[in-house]
Design a protein around this ligand. Sequence first.
Ligand SMILES: Nc1ncnc2c1ncn2[C@@H]1O[C@H](COP(=O)(O)OP(=O)(O)O)[C@@H](O)[C@H]1O
Ligand SMILES: [Mg+2]
Ligand SMILES: [Zn+2]
Length: 467
Amino acid sequence: MMRAMHTFPFILTISSEKGGVGKTTLATNLAIYLKAMQPELMVTILSFDNHFTVDKMFELKGQQQHGTVQELLNGVPATELVLQGQYGVQYIPSSNHLTELYQEFKGPMALCRMMAESGLSGIVVIDTRPDLNILTQNALYAADRVLIPVKDMPSLENCKHIFALFDQRGIDKKSLSLIPCLIDNRIKYDGIFKDQRTLLKAFAINRGYRCLETYISKSPKVESLNTNPDGKIYPILGHARDTEVHGQFSELAQDILTSYHATPEPRAYLYHRWLKEQESQKKEAFLARLEGIPAHCVICGASLDGPTAKGFFYESGDRTSRGFLHSDCFVTLLCNTLYHLPVNSEVHALSLQMIRESARKSVAVFLPSADDDGGYRLRFMQLDQHGSALLERTVSLTGFSEGLFDGVRDQLYLLLNESLAGYDGGLRNSWLAVHPVDEEHPQQVLQEPRYRQLQELHRRIGTLLDA
Ligand SMILES: Nc1ncnc2c1ncn2[C@@H]1O[C@H](COP(=O)(O)OP(=O)(O)O)[C@@H](O)[C@H]1O
Ligand SMILES: [Mg+2]
Ligand SMILES: [Zn+2]
């Protein structure tokens, strides 16, 4: 049902740190078997390796290429890149330039998100390089099923790194399964482990790994499919039907199809839903913050919708009040009350400019405290964005509790009284921080991640003031 509305592909990743264990053979041929066994299913293959096997196998001549996996990983939607290939399988062309992406690749879940937004449906098969680089990790975390081919003890030994990756991130390992590959049935042992496959399986289970009953035999016929005079690579389905391996691939493809049908909510969908939830939570939190904000500047009383720029945001340490201030109102307040600059003095205009500049680079903190004689004193600080004090001074607030103003301090009174007033008419036991905001987009301060950074700074201010 859900797949039909917005499509979320089921991801099958083939991975192993060892080369030569049969990854690419598995990935390419499985894609063909899956499509053959369920023709209406969309099957797409892509590879993070640079050997171009996928391209050699699936390329239909005369198709215009729109980009490669490199573009995919740079954010181009998969549907713009997929090409219709042979055997009904779609593919995204391989790239030689993926190593250049490693450094700046956007975290371990980026591919999962890209797959969720890809517009692809059905099954996507991902072939990986023989290592656990960031792209392989992405392919592992995005996968609904991971097949890890093992052919001998060293390759079995190496599986532990994949399992450890899942443990580190706390991801359920039930998507992971080992599959014995390149099994030579002629090799027989004495004792309980009668052959290579039984031995590998016993060791796998002993280590707590899930190991498939299905395995892939070593077959000279299959090996020969890679080497052809025309440079092509032939599929097992068309060219090695008489081998045991054909039956084994059919069985494996059936197993994957069963998983696919049993997974109405693939990982890409679950991740997509989780992201949406996060987004809507963030949006709700933003709207809730916005709700309590006064429509006017508490210093001048004029509407904030007017043409005067809003350049500062205040919030009390106890988070109960917040709002925006006109740039000019706040800078003038600083000038008058804290720097005691007489209005109209010659230096006034110049100083105003300096104070404006320093205010736009720092956070102003106001901490009023009651005096012994019932009055108020104000501790004022300017901090940098990391919470280190740049300036500190104490101002007496004579007449504050009585509501006596001297004309000059009215602005400060209004700001503190509007933001820190308690129920008893005095000021709450809290403080006020005033932050510069982008005059073009003042509300951004209430959005993530900016608001979270602000809260982090407030925590530091709280600790600083307590000390
Ligand atoms: N079932 C098989 N029987 C015989 N040779 C195989 C079989 N599967 C893969 N090979 C051969 O083993 C080599 C490695 O396979 P490949 O799929 O490229 O492994 P990987 O991608 O892990 O490096 C190739 O030469 C391939 O033809
Ligand atoms: Mg390979
Ligand atoms: Zn104002």
